[in-house]
Each structure stands twice: as structure tokens, then as C-alpha cells.
Design a protein around this ligand. Structure first.
Ligand code: ATP
Length: 550
């Protein structure tokens, strides 16, 4: 969750300056070097991904028929399958693989006092600023973050230039420590952090505006520095419980799923006879009135979260925090991403109740962005609910014979962001065959369709045999049958939605009881027996292999 009660702002403001980048080729994110992965930033690539998502039924703008609703999206026939598979992989890795983690599906509507207790009513704010000329609204902290990102890119360039100049003798960490230009840029970024923190903590938003002016930050639309004052803006949507609007029965659409877990802690612990340490996992919709919605489904007003709150004994939380930090990174990498496109981003300054927090970031075509947060939240949430509800929320520990409010380590990942990450990572243009071929090299377990069954032509009994194969396999796998168009066109369509296997039925199949199995990424084709298809698909498209790799 992204709330800082004391600072009246969200945690995204307090996480600058400590990137842990992975050294090239290393297996663990433990280096402090500034060696960035190959530059993947590419606006064109991102535009292609967005267009592809629409063209192939993954994501549509919500209410498109009525000119669209900004920052709200619908998932189409292929998107819904991909999303479901990502959710399932997360769920099975959390709940099925852990004896001490159970699931929950709490309601979106909750008692309004829950949001008072959690701090969201008073503190779930973003500082906004408007440009008077373009009339566009921005998050003040994001304008500053973008400025800092440019400084980081400049640092990166200095390092790359020096690495080229000095060759094998280049001592990168020494260079970073001693190069005056890098020192200057890093100090400028630290100063921005400090002023932003001071302004948000004290509520003196004037200093944030002055900083934006001083840095010469202009509106990307009007190009001017004609800014309004910075104001706080609460991100929660509210609605009414009953038909009469009397103001007392206001409800909030939940801005995170976590609170549903906290308020059910005792229910689950008692009915499930859970012993600490244990976790509760939940996936579901969350709503935030984001001021600036950008980058497609990266930041939406209605989105889905996959959260797990892990309850542990006070004093053990940092061990569990390290455990979940590693475990979650392993989960991401198990899907086949290049390690260099991930990094940990430590929160340097934290709210008083959190004692550790980190973001897992992925390098999207538009730069590194948070995908998941891991937060050690002490006993803050359960303690606040105890205070506000007036009911004890304690765990009796039979081993130590005492009662306490458990500490919490949470892992919180955005399903839509994970979806976008997957699309960006797997979208490829293959030039090896002469004509460009667009493909989504999705991990087979996540692919919307596992196999397409295609009769080479629409006669001579081939459709009948292909249908027989389809009817046999569809009980176990998401399959697709198609007989229209040339086989080449059908292969291309399947490549574009990430189908790992195409099964082609030809004349030989009738006599030999075999088919051509085409592999999506390599386009390799092999002849296999129809009777072997089930085993091949199970071994290569199931989630078991992924789960076993964790
Ligand atoms: P950000 O700084 O990007 O707004 P946050 O720190 O507010 O994120 P959390 O409150 O920690 O995010 O939420 C956990 C996860 O939920 C995030 O890592 C992200 O993947 C996802 N998420 C948060 N806000 C949105 C949104 N508006 N649209 C889509 N996903 C979101």
C-alpha cells in the first residue's frame, strides 16, 4: 500500500536515491554499481505494444463507443486469458505452494471507519499542480521525479563514456565516487528528495512549487512555467451506501486490497487455526483517482492488485522481509525475464511505522517503473484497527506463552502492471525469415491459447480429423480451431497472440496418425504422433514447471 500517515502522502515520494542495480551477469541484486542494463527505452516500441494490444484483443479503452473513459481499460478475449493466467501463477505460487498461506476474497465496500483507521481518509493524498496555460494537471512529485530521472540518465551516460575511454582498467565505483559532474548531479537529486520530503511532511507545499520553478520545469504540453500552487488531492473515490444521500453513509471504493486482509485477520486465524508465521493472500480490484494517468495500463483509476500480508512475531519481521524480497524477485525471474531489466529500489526514507521497504522495478520501454512493493509494516495496521474498532486483535503464541499484535510484511503487486510488463517483454519482431514476423514470446503457461489445431486445407477429411484432435485436447488445454486462410496467415495470427504450438493436420496425418507440430519462437516443425500431443502439451505448457522452479 502506498500511504504515509505521518507525512500525509504516499510512499512513492520517499524512495529515491538507493537503486540496487544488478551487475551484468550476476544472479543476485546486491551491487551498488550504476551499471545500467542495455538501454531499452523506446517510445516507438511502446506505441507498437499498445497498438498490438488493441489489434489482437488484449486491451481496449473503456467505453470506446462513447469516446472513451480516461485511465480505465477493458480486457479483450485474449487479454482476459493472459491476465487470468498471471493471476493464477501468482495465486498458486503463494497459496498452493505454501502450507502457511491461505486466500481471502473480501468485499470492495467496507466500513468507512476502516479507511479512517488505515490513514487513507487523512493521508492518501497526492500533491497536484496545474499549468495555467495548458490547463493540464500534474503530480508535483512526478514532475520532480522525471527531472531526477533525467539526471540519473546523465550519470549513466558519464559512466558509459568513461567505461569506453578507460577500457578494462575502468574502476566504476571509484569513478562514481570521484567524478565531479556525477557528484553534482547526485547531490542535486538528493536535494530534491529533501525539499520534497520537507514540504510534504510540514504541509508547506510552497517550497515544492518554488523548487519546480527554480529547476525550470516546464509543462510538456504548453512548454511554459506558468504553474498554480501545489495542493493536496485525496485519491479515494466515494459513493453512498443507501439511496438517500445524507453524507453519513459515505463509502469508499477501496484503494488497496490489503485492509480487507487486516480486518479479517482474526477470522482467518481462528477459523483456519493458523499459527504464526502465516500469510493471507488476496487478489481484487482497487480504485484510485490518479491525477495523472499515463503510459497505458501502468497507472489506471480502476486496477487489480495481488497482495499477500505475512503475519509474524515481532522481531522476526526483517528476516521475513529479506525472505519475501528474494522470493518475489525469484518469481519474476522464473518467467524468463533478463535479470538486467529488473532492479530493487530501496525506500530510503520511510514512514515512522515501516522499518523496511523496497520496490521491484522493471525496465519498461519508457524506463524503470515499480511493479511490486515489499513493505515491512510493523504492527501499524493491526494496531490501528484495534484502536479504532475497540476490539483486541492479538495472537496468543503457545510457544512463548504470550499475546501480541503480529508484525506484517506485505508483498503487493499490480496485476495490470505485470500484464503490461509481460506484453512489453514478450513483444518481438523477428526478422530472421526475411519478412518481419510479429510474435509474443509469452511463457507457454501464460499464453491465452496453448495450441491451435489447423487443417492444412478445408477438405479431404482433414477438418474432421483436426476437429477430432481439438475435441480431445480442449478438455485439458485452451485450444483453438481454425480452417480459414492460408496456413502461413494462420501461423502468423497465432504468433501474434503468443500461442506456443500450432498443430497442422495434412493428408499424411490421415494415414500415419501424426501431425506437424510447429514451435512459435523457433518456427521449428516436427512430426509427432497424435497420441503424443497430450503429453507434449502438458509437459510444456502447464504451470507445474514454473512452480517447480521457484
Ligand atoms: P506508484 O508509485 O507507481 O503509484 P504505489 O507505490 O502507489 O505505486 P502501491 O500502493 O505500493 O503502489 O501498490 C502496489 C502495486 O499496485 C504497485 O506496485 C503497482 O504495481 C500497483 N498499482 C498501484 N497503483 C496503480 C494504478 N493506479 N494502476 C495500476 N497499478 C497500480
Amino acid at each position: 500500500m502506498s500511504l504515509q500517515l505521518t507525512f500525509s502522502t504516499s510512499d512513492r515520494f520517499f524512495r529515491k536515491s538507493s537503486f540496487l542495480l544488478w551487475p551484468t551477469g550476476s544472479g543476485a541484486p546486491n551491487s551498488r554499481t550504476y551499471l545500467c542494463p542495455a538501454n531499452m527505452q523506446n517510445e516507438d516500441l511502446f506505441k507498437q505494444v499498445v497498438a498490438h494490444a488493441k489489434e489482437y484483443g488484449f486491451v481496449f479503452q473503456s467505453s470506446e463507443l462513447y469516446d472513451g473513459l480516461s485511465a480505465v481499460y477493458d480486457y479483450g478475449q485474449n487479454g482476459v486469458e493472459l491476465k487470468k493466467n498471471i493471476r493464477e501463477y501468482w495465486w498458486r505460487s503463494m497459496v498452493q505452494l505454501h502450507q502457511n498461506i491461505v486466500g481471502l476474497d473480501s468485499a470492495i465496500f467496507m466500513h468507512p471507519r476502516i479507511w479512517k483507521a488505515s490513514g487513507h481518509v487523512d493521508g492518501f493524498n497526492d500533491p497536484m499542480i496545474d499549468n495555467k496555460d495548458s490547463k493540464k494537471r500534474y503530480r508535483a512529485d512526478v514532475l520532480l521525479e522525471d527531472y531526477q530521472e533525467k539526471n540519473r540518465q546523465k550519470i549513466q551516460k558519464e559512466v558509459e563514456k568513461a567505461a569506453k575511454r578507460f577500457g578494462a582498467s575502468f574502476d566504476e565505483s571509484m569513478f562514481i565516487k570521484t567524478n565531479p559532474r556525477i557528484q553534482e548531479l547526485a547531490a542535486a537529486n538528493e536535494r530534491i528528495d529533501q525539499i520534497l520530503k520537507d514540504g510534504l511532511e510540514s504541509g508547506e507545499l510552497g517550497i515544492v512549487k518554488s523548487l519546480i520553478e527554480e529547476l525550470g520545469i516546464v509543462c510538456p504540453v504548453s512548454g511554459t512555467k506558468n504553474w498554480t500552487d501545489v495542493r493536496q488531492f485525496n485519491l479515494m473515490y466515494s459513493t453512498q451506501m443507501s439511496a438517500t444521500e445524507n453524507g453519513e453513509d459515505s463509502l469508499y471504493l477501496r484503494p488497496e486490497t490489503a485492509q480487507g486482509i487486516f480486518v479479517n485477520f482474526l477470522n482467518v486465524q481462528k477459523t483456519g487455526r493458523m499459527k504464526i508465521p502465516f500469510g493471507i493472500a488476496q487478489t481484487g480490484k482497487a480504485f484510485r483517482n490518479e491525477i495523472v494517468a499515463r503510459q497505458f495500463i501502468l497507472r489506471m483509476k480502476e486496477f487489480e492488485q495481488m497482495e499477500m500480508q505475512f503475519f509474524c512475531k515481532p522481531g522476526t519481521e526483517l528476516t521475513w522481509y529479506s525472505h519475501w524480497k528474494e522470493a518475489r524477485m525469484k518469481w519474476h525471474l522464473s518467467l524468463g525475464a533478463d535479470v538486467r531489466h529488473y532492479r530493487f529500489h530501496d525506500h530510503v526514507k520511510m514512514a515512522h511505522y515501516a522499518n523496511a521497504a523496497v520496490d521491484i522495478e522493471f525496465e519498461f520501454p519508457f524506463g524503470f517503473k515499480e511493479v511490486e512493493g515489499i513493505h515491512s509494516r510493523t504492527d501499524f495496521d493491526l494496531g490501528r484497527h484495534e484502536e479504532f474498532s475497540g476490539k483486541k486483535i492479538r495472537y496468543f503464541d503457545p510457544e512463548s506463552n504470550d499475546s501480541y499484535i503480529p508484525y506484517v510484511v506485505e508483498t503487493s503487486i499490480g496485476l495490470d502492471r505485470m500484464f503490461l510488463l509481460t506484453l512489453c517483454r514478450c513483444f518481438k519482431t523477428d526478422l530472421s525469415g526475411g519478412e518481419p514476423r510479429t510474435l509474443l514470446s509469452l511463457p507457454p503457461a501464460l499464453a491465452p491459447i496453448k495450441a491451435a489445431i489447423l487443417p492444412l486445407i478445408k477438405k479431404d477429411g482433414l477438418p474432421e480429423l483436426a476437429e477430432r484432435i481439438f475435441n480431445d485436447l480442449r478438455y485439458d488445454f485452451a485450444c483453438y480451431y481454425e480452417e480459414k486462410d492460408t496456413i502461413g496467415k494462420r501461423y502468423r495470427r497465432m504468433d501474434a497472440i503468443g500461442t506456443p504450438y500450432c498443430i497442422t493436420v495434412d493428408h499424411e496425418s490421415l494415414a500415419q496418425e501424426d501431425v506437424t507440430l510447429r514451435h512459435r519462437d523457433s518456427m521449428h516443425q516436427e512430426r509427432v504422433k497424435i497420441s503424443a500431443l497430450r503429453d507434449i502439451l502438458s509437459a510444456n505448457t502447464g504451470m507445474n514447471n514454473l512452480l517447480r522452479s521457484l
